[in-house]
Design a protein. Structure first.
Length: 109
């Protein structure tokens, strides 16, 4: 099992699809249903033995929860991070563990 490349609170974007999101949980290896995995076309299906991330995701149309393999993620560019921050701030305040743009927020609730 390898170490996760990204951490909770980081803002990432998908390599192939037009969305970005804030990480709120990490599975060290694939931990979703067979049905979900098999719904991905075989040529795009990720391997199971890599970290998978739970994201608060959004695209130009909507916000949603996404489950994405590490191989399909990149750190988001700053323009994407700006859009994510408006809903991620609430999460950051609740967890007190997240980072945005490399800075750890010092929040008191």
């Amino acid at each position: 099992m390898r170490m996760a490349k990204f951490g909770i609170g980081q803002i990432v974007q998908h390599r192939k699809h037009p969305f970005c999101g804030g990480i709120f949980d990490v599975d060290p290896i694939f931990n979703n249903s067979e049905e979900w995995l098999n719904s991905i076309p075989e040529e795009d299906r990720p391997s199971r033995d890599q970290p998978n991330y739970h994201l608060f995701a959004e695209n130009l149309e909507t916000s949603y929860i996404a489950y994405v393999s590490e191989q399909n993620l990149l750190l988001a560019n700053p323009a994407s991070q700006y859009h994510i921050r408006r809903w991620a701030i609430y999460f950051l305040m609740k967890t007190k563990t997240a980072t945005i743009l490399g800075a750890t927020p010092k929040l008191s609730i």
